[in-house]
Design a protein around this ligand. Sequence first.
Ligand SMILES: [Zn+2]
Length: 145
Amino acid sequence: MDDSADQAPDTGPQGIPQTDQEWRERLNAQEYAVLRQAATERPWSGAYVDTKTTGVYRCRGCGTELFRSDEKFDSHCGWPSFYDPADSNAVTLHEDRSLGMARTEVRCATCDSHLGHVFHGEGYATPTDDRYCINSVALTLEPVE
Ligand SMILES: [Zn+2]
């Protein structure tokens, strides 16, 4: 009997897939397309767009805490939006010039999975004026009572 099936992905370096095959085994097809191939889920399609549940959002790829519900805000853009990561070291930022746009890609600092993009100066009434626009399938919400 396999009692590990219901548990979240392992955290820590040992828990990070090392090969493409291991990533395909860990993730479903949509998760793989987003996290490992930088696809973007359709706007308004994600599980967490309007979620208000108190909790922490962990990386779907490795389980690292990435964002918190109290830094999530209603951007009305169709994707879960946060004004700050849980920890500035939790994510890495990369220049992205795909699709003819200059954007800043956000990746998990632990497993290097694609999460979404960050935009700045859009005029949202948030403490940072940053909008981390993150794919729902890149995240797993862990509710906190
Ligand atoms: Zn990760």
